[in-house]
Design a protein around this ligand. Structure first.
Ligand SMILES: NC(=O)C1=CN([C@@H]2O[C@H](COP(=O)(O)OP(=O)(O)OC[C@H]3O[C@@H](n4cnc5c(N)ncnc54)[C@H](O)[C@@H]3O)[C@@H](O)[C@H]2O)C=CC1
Ligand SMILES: N[C@@H](CC=O)C(=O)O
Length: 353
């Protein structure tokens, strides 16, 4: 039986949901996936940090109502956050990075990933900053250190768009994509269509765990811009930076815009897209678009996301599923760990052959 020791960096909605899954499903994973997860350290800006080489009880972590600095009360705990020590010194095989996404330079999460990879630890992350801004360098660092850098949850939460496109559409010749890539803004547009005002709709999305710590990133399109960069670089072999992608969000849409669209049999959606041009360059954009109800993206509602991949050999292939949510995103982390486990198993099989 394989046990992966993991350290959680950030203990907000997503990593708490991962702890919940561990508490509820470790036995099932042991049976079905061939491994279990053991939390040996946690570090959080608000709660402090804790290292326990034998493992922390996931249920205790979730149920304790810790105040600011509360990890200081635990054995091996410290009221201060100490990401660098935790990442470099904790006896972890895998660092789970789920701190705030910084859309400007990806920090401090880029450094968290770098410290982990440099010290021979795998990284799984749902944080879009390091992936959009430093994926190439971090992937090279992972390879140099014989570990993996995995980030399925950075786009469309637990819906496996990156791995699905890479593994199962290889050779289909992707030419571009367009999609609804932000759960919060899609949820807000739907709630506004039902008559709710913008601010109350954003508040609901925050309560449901969909929104970024600063929801401006959701409604101004910055979050989608990062996702367009990630998909374009990963799937179209581009080398885009966030500032290369034109970006307009939904905050300029009024209740009357939404009402008028509905009366005319259409719907506003925030669409992120990218295309390979005839000269081989790749461009990307984020903008609200008024779509007829017969458009494949018009019926994608709530926090659901969808991306339509335009391929040479198959035409459009559309992937749809949850785009935000705590448990949904924690599942993406599990799927990354499954990928690490499978890669390890196939390396062992190759050595034995
Ligand atoms: N919630 C969702 O549906 C999805 C979230 N994501 C991404 O996953 C990450 C985590 O999301 P949530 O858990 O929802 O966010 P959250 O805001 O609930 O939690 C983030 C946690 O990280 C901690 N934190 C922030 N900066 C830190 C630092 N420098 N060191 C240590 N801890 C730090 C905060 O105290 C907070 O507890 C974000 O980057 C988000 O963009 C990605 C896909 C979906
Ligand atoms: N805030 C984001 C979370 C996932 O990336 C969203 O609403 O899509």
């Amino acid at each position: 039986m394989t046990v992966y020791n993991i350290a959680l960096i950030g203990f907000g909605g997503v990593n708490r949901a991962l702890a919940e899954l561990i508490a509820a499903k470790n036995q099932l994973w042991e049976r079905d996936l061939g491994f279990r997860l053991n939390i040996v350290a946690v570090s959080d800006l608000y709660l402090g940090s804790v290292i326990s080489p034998n493992g922390l009880d996931a249920m205790t972590l979730i149920e304790a109502k810790f105040e600011k600095g509360g990890f200081g009360q635990l054995s091996g705990g410290n009221a201060e956050t100490d990401n660098e020590t935790i990442i470099k010194m904790a006896p972890a095989d895998i660092i789970v990075e789920a701190t705030f996404t910084n859309p400007k330079d990806g920090e401090p999460a880029v450094s968290h990933c770098r410290w982990a990879l440099e010290t021979g630890k795998h990284v799984v992350t749902t944080n879009k900053g390091p992936v959009a801004i430093a994926a190439q360098a971090l992937k090279a660092l992972a390879t140099a250190n014989g570990v993996r850098f995995e980030y399925e949850g950075a786009v469309m939460s637990g819906t496996p768009v990156i791995r699905m496109a890479e593994n199962t559409l290889a050779g289909a010749e992707l030419k571009g994509f367009e999609g609804i890539l932000n759960g919060t803004s899609n949820f807000v547009l739907g709630r506004m269509e039902s008559g709710l005002d913008f601010a109350s709709a954003v508040k609901e999305a925050q309560e449901l765990g969909y929104a970024e710590a600063d929801p401006t990133a959701d409604v101004e399109g910055f979050d989608v811009r990062l996702k367009v960069v990630i998909l374009a670089n990963e799937l179209l072999g581009a080398n885009l930076k966030p500032e290369d992608v034109t970006c307009k969000g939904i905050s300029g849409l009024s209740a009357s815009d939404i009402e008028q669209a509905a009366k005319a049999g259409s719907r506003w959606k925030l669409v992120g897209s990218s295309v390979r041009n005839d000269d081989g360059s790749v461009t990307g954009s984020v903008a609200p678009r008024r779509l007829g109800l017969d458009h494949p993206l018009a019926g994608v509602n709530g926090a659901t996301n969808a991306v339509s991949l335009d391929t040479e050999l198959l035409g459009a292939v559309t992937i749809t599923g949850p785009g935000a949510g705590r448990i949904e995103t924690a599942y993406a982390l599990l799927s990354d760990i499954v990928a690490i486990h499978s890669a390890g198993a196939s390396a062992i099989a190759k050595e034995a052959a």
